[in-house]
Design a protein around this ligand. Sequence first.
Ligand SMILES: CC(C)(COP(=O)(O)OP(=O)(O)OC[C@H]1O[C@@H](n2cnc3c(N)ncnc32)[C@H](O)[C@@H]1OP(=O)(O)O)[C@@H](O)C(=O)NCCC(=O)NCCS
Length: 257
Amino acid sequence: MPASDHHVPVPALQPGQVHLWQGTVGCGALADLDSSVLSPSEQARMASIANTDARALYAASHVALRHVLAAYDGRPARNLRFRTAEGGKPGLVDGHGLSFNLSHSGQMLLIAVADDCELGVDIEQQRGGHRSEAVARRFFAPEEYTALATCPAHLRSDYFTQIWALKEAYIKATGQGLAQPLQGFAVQCLEHHAELLRCDIGRPNDWTLVTWTPTPGYKAALAAQRPALEVHHFDLAEAGIPSPGGSLFRKPHSGRP
Ligand SMILES: CC(C)(COP(=O)(O)OP(=O)(O)OC[C@H]1O[C@@H](n2cnc3c(N)ncnc32)[C@H](O)[C@@H]1OP(=O)(O)O)[C@@H](O)C(=O)NCCC(=O)NCCS
């Protein structure tokens, strides 16, 4: 069996569960990468990315995505085929209900997997934020903007990134991407709890939102069209994905959910 087709044992995916896989792309990831599992179009997209770090993140994300999905699906990673739904959301061809979504930012990537559930994830590297006020005024719903404006100043940057990630996760779950009006729904983030206040697809109670800090300097969010969820977190490096002994991903050191 080629190294790129090794089988990774993953926990069984039970109905009502979402499995979240996160990874931090290590230095020199491109040199360690076996990209032979990628399709010709993925290889072409990878080659078209001029920035080395962005290319490494794209490549690591898609190699990891194939290995994670293959582990649940049972087919070799290189044999998986993807389709793109109207609106741009990727899905598995012949996936038999296996749902997934991918996000990457900075040096981190996040993959969510579930059984037959509309879901979206977003991971965001926090950046210095004097423009966040103007961005929030333009893109956030009025309820979200008011909550941000009344947030204590020292928490505002964190809160902004959490709301941003939640909104991204939701529009990725619906699959409409930026075609969906960002003010047509509103999210709220309390200390240990996030929720959908209103939405234009279904009812807020149909949705579960989760936000967390995957590692210092990043915020992440999950949106799933299910009223209740059991969320399990896994690390790609600890699980040896994509290759045993490979150094594509750094072991986590702190900031686990
Ligand atoms: C494309 C978009 C769906 C996500 O973009 P993003 O946040 O830059 O990127 P992420 O890393 O989170 O997600 C990218 C992955 O999502 C998946 N994806 C692409 N289109 C998608 C869609 N319509 N729905 C769900 N998932 C999608 C793909 O796997 C993609 O990976 P790839 O680019 O390596 O092929 C879209 O929401 C976007 O362009 N957002 C821009 C930011 C913005 O204005 N946000 C407003 C928040 S207030």
